[in-house]
Ligand binder design. Structure first.
Ligand SMILES: [Zn+2]
Length: 138
């Protein structure tokens, strides 16, 4: 028996929805109850965001990788811009400040990005589609 899968959206549509903090499946807004709280399910299509145990490790990896990449750019850029006498206090302040703030600012986007990317690689399966329909119907 062939598996029934959600047709889903194309990669760019999924990423566009993620960048706007929207549901990757239907594009609805209001998926966050607060900056740090993603609702369990999409209020529009019923998608359960946490599709399996440990699901959000991918979002944590994205958040950590983006933070580390920006740290490297700022650190190396700070050294290059102030060479031959690097302004260590300035470089330290900017990089530490960025490392403290960026994970907080990027937190919701890391979740919607991960959800969109994961949905692209692993479209909804029949049982997830049925469960989502049941959530919105009742
Ligand atoms: Zn949705």
């Amino acid at each position: 028996m062939a598996k029934v899968r959600d047709p889903g959206a194309g990669l760019f549509r999924l990423l566009g929805r993620a960048l706007r903090h929207r549901c990757p499946r239907c594009g609805a807004s209001g998926v966050f109850a607060s900056w740090f709280t993603l609702r369990d399910d999409c209020p529009s299509c019923g998608l359960r965001f946490e599709r399996e145990e440990g699901y959000w490790i991918g979002a944590m990896i994205i958040n950590t990788a983006i933070t580390f990449a920006l740290f490297l750019v700022l650190f190396i850029g700070g050294i290059l811009l102030t060479w031959p006498d690097p302004e260590w206090g300035w470089i330290l302040g900017v990089t530490v400040g960025t490392n403290l703030l960026l994970p907080i600012l990027f937190y919701p986007l890391s979740k919607t990005l991960w959800s969109a990317m994961e949905m692209r690689w692993h479209p909804l399966e029949e049982d997830e589609i049925i469960a989502a329909m049941e959530r919105i119907e009742g």
